[in-house]
Design a binder for this molecule. Structure first.
Ligand SMILES: Cc1cc2nc3c(=O)[nH]c(=O)nc-3n(C[C@H](O)[C@H](O)[C@H](O)COP(=O)(O)OP(=O)(O)OC[C@H]3O[C@@H](n4cnc5c(N)ncnc54)[C@H](O)[C@@H]3O)c2cc1C
Length: 477
């Protein structure tokens, strides 16, 4: 854990005070084994692990308010934590202190069928929201692909977006109301069940994506959309990334269709995952694959659309197009896409899963630069992701024979170059996973000093003592 003279350590007396707020059973203190699961998220490298001094599990905004007042009084850092599925080290307690876990705040509070909204606590697993909404034919459409594990509070904090962002947008599109506790312990309510709101600054959209550094969400109101009645998935095989990506503007401009998903997978991603799942996709001769999901109200509408999409793919150079139009085959195809990250972990836990985003039309040139970067540095960098939004998961893999020291040094060089290439195309270094502690040292490659200073002034206004999730986003606070 880095030294930070500004923060106090949690002693027995402070631990007792925390227990008096949330109850004895809801504080973990001085128990390394029980604290350890809260020391990391899904970022694999040891340098992104840090043990909290205490884990506190509140049940209400009021309890959180009291915890934050205590933390300000003693100058203790507080790190909010959802399910820990993050990929930027956002929930890691860099300076120890308190990890605030929302595992007990896990209720769907109200399904409002007249206003088409749902009110939830931050610790609800995202998929649970959609499971509860199913019987009403409704869904929260901004969910990420980790929906079976992540919490909705974590989705708001990262402004998560998944495979359906091209049609449905990301989490922030659906947040109509937000209750949060400030770093100083004040409980604030923003918005509610209104669909338009320009009353004062748009703080909801400032807090969405603030990575747990500006406020602690305690209640979230989400707008809902109808579950589409029919779905079909096309799997299109191409000889080159260029051909595959040329499909994207064609679908929207010529086909006048907005697919629910346009996912890209390169050859190494598909072959590794098929091996991992013992699956056979027809990837022979294919350098690039697109998974395109179409949804709609009627079967006819969906079949009409997928024929148009299939035609455009063939015109743009696809040499095979397969259609999955029943639940089982749709799931088989999606399962390959969803398991790529896991499949790469089998060979090595040491890898860096990136989520850069570039303008869609730049993807083919970006991919050429990425492959040149891989060859130059002697590493594999397979790539897959949300081609419809230009958001790509370039994944830098540690070569088997390299020791840790060589790997970490080379990874730093590769990431710097990767981010410079991305920014060179007018892209951004993170499209959905956030900066957290993992990317904070690289933020200056992407943002100007003036932008960083403005963001720091916003942080100071929300958190004058810098106790809320310090050590994130900015390299020096
Ligand atoms: C297999 C896999 C697939 C993934 N797919 C996607 C994807 O498609 N799209 C995507 O965007 N991400 C994806 N992710 C990343 C991750 O799941 C998301 O970032 C998710 O939103 C994190 O939620 P969490 O509950 O796990 O949050 P955590 O990892 O626990 O925390 C993330 C951040 O949220 C903050 N936070 C948590 N709760 C609160 C709260 N109540 N108030 C304030 N701050 C809070 C934390 O301090 C931290 O900064 C994926 C991850 C994995 C492992």
């Amino acid at each position: 854990m880095p030294e930070h003279s500004g923060y106090s350590r949690i002693n027995q007396r402070i631990a007792e005070e925390l227990k008096s707020i949330v109850g004895r059973a809801n504080v973990i203190f001085a128990d390394r084994e029980k604290l350890e699961p809260y020391s990391h998220d899904e970022v694999a490298e040891d340098m992104h692990f840090s043990l909290p001094e205490a884990v506190v599990k509140p049940e209400s905004a009021l309890e959180i308010s009291r915890i934050m007042k205590l933390a300000n009084r003693y100058m203790i850092s507080v790190t909010p934590r959802g399910a820990g599925s993050g990929l930027s080290g956002g929930a890691i307690p860099v300076y120890g202190g308190i990890v605030l876990s929302f595992e007990r705040m896990n209720r769907v509070l109200n399904i409002d069928l007249d206003n088409l909204m749902v009110e939830v606590e931050p610790g609800v697993v995202t998929n649970t929201i959609n499971e509860e909404l199913k019987e009403y034919g409704l869904m929260f459409a901004g969910y990420p692909m980790s929906l079976e594990t992540c919490f909705i509070g974590g989705n708001v904090a990262e402004n998560a977006g998944g495979g359906k962002a091209i049609k449905y947008g990301v989490t922030s599109r659906y947040i109509m109301g937000l209750e949060f506790v400030t770093a100083e312990g004040e409980i604030i309510k923003l918005g509610g069940k209104v669909r338009k709101n320009v009353t004062g600054y748009d703080l909801i959209h400032l807090l969405a994506g603030s990575e747990g550094t500006l406020g602690i969400f305690t209640k979230i109101t989400l707008s809902l959309v109808p579950i589409p009645g029919f779905r079909a998935v096309l799997l299109a095989l191409f000889k080159s990334t260029e051909d595959a990506i040329s499909v994207v503007p064609g679908l929207l401009r010529v086909g006048k269709i907005i697919p629910a998903s346009i996912e890209y997978m390169d050859r190494l991603s598909v072959t590794t995952t098929c091996e991992y799942l013992n699956e056979v996709l027809p990837y022979r001769d294919s350098e690039a694959m697109l998974l395109i999901e179409i949804d709609g109200k009627t079967e006819d509408e969906v079949s009409r659309d997928y024929e148009v999409v299939g035609d455009i793919c063939l015109k743009k150079g696809a040499f095979e197009v397969y259609v999955a139009d029943n639940k089982t085959t749709i799931e088989r195809v999606w399962s390959v896409r969803r398991n790529i990250a896991e499949a790469f972990k089998v060979d090595t836990a040491h890898q860096s899963l990136e989520d850069i985003v570039v303008p869609t039309a730049s993807i083919p040139d970006f991919m050429k630069d990425l492959q040149a970067l891989a060859v130059k540095n002697g590493v594999d960098i397979p790539c897959y992701g949300h081609a419809g939004d230009g958001n790509l998961h370039a994944t830098v893999l540690k070569p088997k024979l390299w020791d840790e020291e060589k790997w970490l040094k080379k990874l730093d060089t590769v990431l710097k170059e990767l981010y410079r290439i991305t920014v060179g195309y007018g892209g951004e270094i993170s499209g959905e996973h956030g900066i957290g502690s993992k990317r904070k040292k690289y933020i200056g490659i992407n943002l100007s000093q003036g932008t960083i200073e403005l963001m720091k002034r916003i942080k100071k206004a929300f958190d004058p003592n810098n106790i809320l999730n310090p050590g994130k986003i900015f390299p020096d606070i």
